[in-house]
Design a binder for this molecule. Structure first.
Ligand code: ADP
Length: 467
């Protein structure tokens, strides 16, 4: 800096280049700086910024998203701006005609300024009746600045009794929707607000809008969660009711069914002269009855499993003996669709500790499916054992299963072909029960299949099932 410029600055500050300033010169200098308009502007800006931050902190610690809880949050803005009143109004709709109404929710008043929060006139007021241009201007996101002499006739009815000489009103936009407004009244003089004040108070209004949007989003998330929880509880109750009904009904059906089967067997064994004619019909009744009983038993299993009331027993199963009995049991199924049946069971397979009835049930289901869905082909049962597991593989050369159906078939009532004209009998419960039983036994049930080529179901169990 050249010396003439330095001299000019020193002169402006009232300092002498040659002699350093004494205490009196320093205090005169400070006084001048404080009165400096630029300095005052900076101070005001700082005050406003602090007020906006303080307001934000207070809103964050206020409960919920009701504007009524924001009274204390308005105080910093009122104190910093020198307003007589700061207030929040909320928009809402009238039930009868959907008209847009405004209601005061929160207010801060400077000492000595009468409050308006309990003024009934400022509740449920229709914009269209008294403040029509407000709805238009604020709704477009713009501010309203009015001096007392600029009020139109209806505005005057509302504003004059409150002693408002000038006001600044800024819209509260929540998620882009005009939700209400924040206003600042001056009751001592008719003066416009400075650009700085307008900018900072607009920032405050934007902040409130954002905080409200955030709070409301949180609230709707919480209520959505509650609804999901309630729906889940209702679904659980409905499932429970369904299971109880299924269990009861299956139980009720079993008793008469067993009687029908028993009497049919008695009739088949009798030695009457007309016996030969009756035999074929009795056989049909008997097989239909057994089929019905199997369905009822499946339903009973489904409801017991879902209600977690299935009791499993653990016993030692000698595998070669168990499998040879099973083979004998299913061999006759091969002739139904002219299939051949092969087994590959190593003699040294050992034993398995599991629930014999349930293991048999799963294998019977897999084998009878294999025979059902295979025509003039081959069905095989191969068993492989290791130290800690046994794998049963039921393979067929039947119709196969499309890739997109491979998991679905394990759902209750799911069938690849569920049309009323389907070619195969069945309820779609067998595999669902089998997989759930397998899981309860601590094992797994998987499938691989190629349509038109055949399927392999692999049922694996640990040598000793967990308790
Ligand atoms: P279903 O009583 O209908 O046989 P399952 O639960 O045992 O019920 O089987 C569900 C569906 O899976 C069957 O309807 C059938 O579409 C398909 N499926 C099961 N096993 C086989 C298989 N070995 N080959 C082809 N499709 C099969």
């Amino acid at each position: 800096m050249d010396s003439s410029r330095i001299q000019r600055h020193l002169d402006a500050l009232g300092l002498d280049r040659e002699s350093p300033p004494d205490a009196a010169a320093w205090s005169a200098l400070l006084e001048r700086l404080e009165r400096d308009p630029l300095n005052q502007e900076l101070h005001r800006r700082e005050r406003y910024l602090e007020a906006v931050v303080e307001m934000q902190t207070r809103i964050l610690s206020a409960p919920g998203d009701h504007l009524g809880a924001y009274n204390s949050a308005l105080a910093p803005l009122g104190e910093a701006s020198g307003a007589a009143r700061v207030y929040l109004f909320e928009n809402h709709r009238r039930d009868e005609d959907d008209a847009l109404l405004l209601s005061q929710r929160a207010e801060w008043c400077a000492p000595g300024v009468p409050p308006e929060i309990d003024n009934p006139v400022l509740q449920n007021l229709a914009y269209s009746d008294f403040l029509p241009r407000w709805a238009e201007v604020l709704g477009a996101g713009d501010r309203i600045e009015l001096l007392a002499h600029e009020y139109d006739s209806t505005e005057a009815i509302i504003l004059e009794p409150q002693g408002i000489l000038s006001l600044l009103v800024l819209p509260l936009m929540v998620d882009g929707v005009f939700t209400g407004f924040i206003g600042f009244d001056n009751c001592t003089r008719e003066a416009r607000w400075s650009t700085l004040e307008i900018n900072l108070l607009s920032a405050a209004a934007t902040q409130i809008g954002l905080l409200l949007a955030q709070r409301r989003a949180q609230r709707s998330l919480v209520s959505a969660n509650e609804q999901v929880g309630a729906a889940r509880d209702r679904a659980l109750e409905a499932t429970q009711a369904k299971n109880i009904f299924l269990a009861k009904m299956s139980h009720e059906l079993r008793t008469p069914l067993n009687a029908i089967l028993g009497y049919t067997e008695l009739l088949r064994e009798s030695e009457r002269p007309e016996q030969a004619e009756l035999d074929a019909d009795l056989e049909r009744i008997h097989s239909a009855g057994r089929h019905l009983l199997a369905i009822v038993d499946d339903l009973l299993d489904v409801s017991r499993i879902e209600a977690e009331q299935l009791i499993l027993r653990r016993e030692t199963i000698d595998l070669p003996e168990f499998l040879s009995e099973l083979e004998d049991e299913v061999r006759h199924l091969a002739s139904n669709n002219s299939n051949t049946f092969k087994t590959a069971v190593p003699a040294e397979l050992g034993a398995l500790s599991s629930d014999r009835t349930r293991v048999r049930q799963v294998l019977l289901n897999l084998l009878s499916n294999a025979f059902k869905y295979t025509m003039e082909g081959e069905v095989s049962l191969a068993v492989v054992g290791s130290d800690d597991a046994v794998h049963f593989m039921v393979r067929d050369t039947g119709i196969g299963i499309a890739p997109d159906q491979l998991e679905r078939i394990f759902e209750a009532f799911a069938q690849v072909d569920d049309s009323p004209t389907r070619a195969f009998e069945g309820t779609g419960l067998g595999l669902a029960i089998s997989r759930q039983l397998t899981h309860l036994l601590g094992g797994s049930l998987t499938v691989s299949s190629t349509p038109g080529v055949g399927s392999t179901f692999t049922f694996s169990l640990p040598r000793a099932s967990a308790e």
